[in-house]
Design a protein around this ligand. Sequence first.
Ligand SMILES: Cc1ncc(COP(=O)(O)O)c(C=O)c1O
Length: 382
Amino acid sequence: MWASQRAGAVPGSVFALMDAAKERARAAGRAVVDLSIGSSDLSPPEAVLSALRGATRDPGTYRYPLFSDTAPLREAAARYLGRRFGVTVDPQTEVLPLIGAQEGLAHLLLAVTDPGDTLLLPDPGYPPYLGAAAVAGVRVAPLPLREDTGFLPDLDALPQELRPRALLLNYPNNPTSAVVDDAFFPRVAAWCRERGTLLIHDHPYAELTYDDYRAPSALQAGLDGVVELHSLSKTHHMGGFRVGFAAGDAGAIAALARVKGSVDFHPYLGIQRAAALALDLPEALGRQGAAVFQARRDALVPALRDQGWAVAWPQASMYAWARVPGLRDSVAFAVRAAEQTGVALSPGAAFGTQGEGYVRLALVQPPEVLLEAARRLGGVGV
Ligand SMILES: Cc1ncc(COP(=O)(O)O)c(C=O)c1O
C-alpha cells in the first residue's frame, strides 16, 4: 500500500532465490561455497586499517563531514588519477567523494537526467543499474554486449537518430570480465559528444587487472561530458567501508553534489582518511590483491574449460563468465547447482536477457576451493 510507483518499478532480484537455494543446501548438510557475490574476501592493506583505527580515536572525526572536510580525499583522488592515468582534475570542482560507486550512480542519474530521458545501459550489466534507472524514471535503451564482439558495444549498430541523455559503460566489465584498449574511450566519447550524450563510466575494477594489462580511464578522452565512478571496494578490498569518488565534467559533478547535499553528509571522516591513504599507496602495494585473484583465475578457468564450458580468459575483474553448452534457463540451473552441490554461482539471466546461457563465478575463494567447486559443478546437468 505504501510503495510508490518508483519503488514498484525497481526490478526484483534473483539473488533472493539464490539465497533460499543456499539455505536449502545448508539445511541438507552441504558445505556451501558461495561464488555468487563479487565481494572481495581479502583484507585492506594494514596501513589503511591502521589509519581507520587511529581516526576512531580522534574526536575531530566524530562530527558531520562538510564539503571542505573532504579536501584531503579529493586531493588524493586527483593525485591518483594524475599518477595512474595522466589525467588532470581540479579537486575542488571535478572530484566528489561517494559512499560507494553504487550510491554515486543512483544519485548521478537523479542529478543529470529528467524523467523520460533515455539511458543506454549495457546488457548484460550490473543489476543495480536497472534499479537506479527506475528510481530516476529514465527510459532504458539496452546496449547488447555480445561474445562475438568481445562483449564490447557496437555503437554503430544503434539507430542513427538515437540521442540518449547518457550512456553507462563499465570496463573491466561485470559480469563478462571484458576489457578495453586505450583507443576505446576516445572513440566512445566522440560518439557521445556528437549526440549530446553524457558518458558515465563505472570503474570499480580499475586496479583489479592481471598480467600486463592496465585498464584505461574514460577521463583520458577529456573531462567534458564524461563522469567516471571509482570505488575502493574491489581495488582495496574495502567494500564494507562504502567509499569511492566521482570525477569528471564539472557541471555534472556540481549537479551530483547538489543532489547528494540533500541526501547525505559524505563518508565518515575516518573512512575518508583511510581511503585517501589507500589511493596514495605505491602501485606495487595496491596490486597485491590483483595477484591473488590472478592465481585464482589461473586455477578455475582451465578447470571450467576442461568440463566443456566456454570461458574467455579474464584479464581483469573478479569473475569467470562462462557459457554452458545447452543451457537454456540459467536461473533454474543456478538454483539446482546450489541445492545439489552447495556451489552458489550467479545465473547469467540475472544480468539481462543477453546473459541467458551464461553463468558468473566470482573468484572469491582460494584456488583449491575453486577447483573443488568446478569439480562439483561438472556433475550438474543443464
Ligand atoms: C560494476 C559495478 N559497479 C559498482 C559496484 C559497487 O561498487 P561500490 O561498492 O563502490 O558501491 C559493483 C560491485 O559489485 C560493480 O560490480
